[in-house]
Design a protein around this ligand. Structure first.
Ligand SMILES: *Cc1c(COP(=O)(O)O)cnc(C)c1O
Length: 383
């Protein structure tokens, strides 16, 4: 078992990252993607969980193609996986960035004219082909990506010059988390028409949620990210994935407060006598302030998040602060919770999707906000 972050006796929280579950999720998603291949998206430090252990595990599970967002993430990944094919979504910022791509044999995703110029002028050449790259075409996300016209112009020009070697054409779905949204079909049809502009190369459309749309959304290569890490990207479906991350906070103190006393910033008055467990994790650890509990002016309607301890749920009470969060453990009875116990913030007993909903956000944000103050334990490293 590998470890990371501050030592277990020094940290306010601990993260347990189950690499066997990550490998299982990859294999599951690869099966769901067949006959397409499944890549892995490991941007933002593998969604906050640690790039190196996640990438090694995915490689061992059979993944050979990876996507990151930025060139420095690509270089970090190259150091871990010398033989992987590494694509970078959005970071061909200029000649100096291109030098990093050369150094790391990173393949840029070209998103428009400026990327095309940079790569033609500063890209690297593989032994059998010049300037390998992927092409990102817009179908409705309207974030990055070249227009259909730009794509056709590139095809015409490149047929003459052969300056670039596109390996993959991709687009990104805007509404895949809502399977019956009409946008999905529209984007899929636009993409099928555009991929025909480069008929001889591979195509990729589906992120995690897109894999669950199946059929012609799968194309040749899928790009799952969040689902690898156990969160279900599609609403209203049972989650077939294994939970990968458990986040827990150490209980630092227990307080017995009377009705009418107040809790945390803003002095939320307590409606009844309350046993409060003070946990050593706060918004600086990605336990967002929007998870604050009832009785708090921040949230008048939604009750806020809850933790899980000794078989029961414990709601957040009062405002989440930078380093500390209060939980109402009254329902567990007196003396049920002790200093030094850990309360689960999310994990197998408290689904991250539920915490995200109570926080007014999505699992993606909770994972990528985790930060570096947790003690980390990686289960199944080197499996
Ligand atoms: C982040 C990202 C993905 C992965 O998305 P998930 O919803 O996490 O599966 C795929 N493609 C692109 C272009 C992305 O930016």
């Amino acid at each position: 078992m590998a470890a990371g972050g501050p030592g277990p006796h020094l940290a306010g929280g601990r993260l347990t990252i189950d690499l066997a579950a990550l490998a299982w999720n990859y294999r599951f998603l690869a099966q769901r993607s067949a006959p397409a291949q499944a890549a892995a998206v490991v941007k933002a430090d593998a969604y906050g969980l640690g790039l190196a252990p996640a990438a090694r595990t995915l490689w061992q599970a059979g993944c050979r193609r990876f996507f990151v967002a930025l060139p420095h993430e690509g270089l970090a990944l190259r150091a871990v996986l010398p033989e992987a094919e590494i694509f970078v979504f959005n970071g061909l910022f200029g000649a100096e960035a291109a030098a990093a791509y050369r150094r790391g044999r990173l393949i840029p995703v070209l998103n428009g004219q400026s990327d095309l110029s940079v790569w033609e002028a500063h890209g690297w050449d593989a032994p059998d082909r010049p300037r390998p790259c992927a092409l990102h075409v817009e179908t409705g996300m309207n974030r990055l990506g070249m227009t259909g016209e730009e794509l056709r112009a590139l095809a015409t020009e490149n047929a003459l010059t052969q300056a670039l070697s596109p390996l993959l054409i991709l687009s990104h779905l805007a509404c895949a988390d809502t399977p019956d949204h009409p946008m999905n079909r529209r984007q899929c049809e636009s993409f099928q028409a555009l991929r025909a502009v480069f008929p001889e190369i591979e195509s990729s459309l589906a992120n995690s949620a897109g894999i669950f749309l199946g059929g012609d959304f799968l194309c040749d290569l899928t790009r799952p990210g969040i689902a690898l890490f156990g969160a279900m990207p599609v609403g209203g479906m049972e989650n077939p994935l294994r939970p990968v991350v458990t986040a827990e906070a150490r209980i630092s103190q227990i307080k017995r407060l009377r009705a009418g006393e107040t809790a945390s910033y803003g002095a939320a008055p307590l409606a009844r006598d309350t046993i409060v467990a003070v946990a050593a994790v706060g918004y600086a650890d990605g336990y967002l302030r929007a998870a604050s509990g009832s009785g708090v002016p921040l949230r008048k309607v939604v009750p806020g998040a809850a933790g899980f301890i000794h078989g029961k749920e414990a709601p957040v009470i009062g405002r989440v602060t930078m380093d500390l969060t209060l939980f109402d453990v009254t329902a567990l009875g007196p003396d049920a919770v002790a200093v030094g116990d850990h309360i689960e913030l999310f994990g197998p007993n408290m689904p991250i999707e539920r915490v995200a909903e109570a926080t007014g956000t999505i699992a993606y944000e909770l994972l990528t906000a985790i930060g570096h103050r947790y003690h980390r334990e990686y289960l199944g490293d080197g499996l």
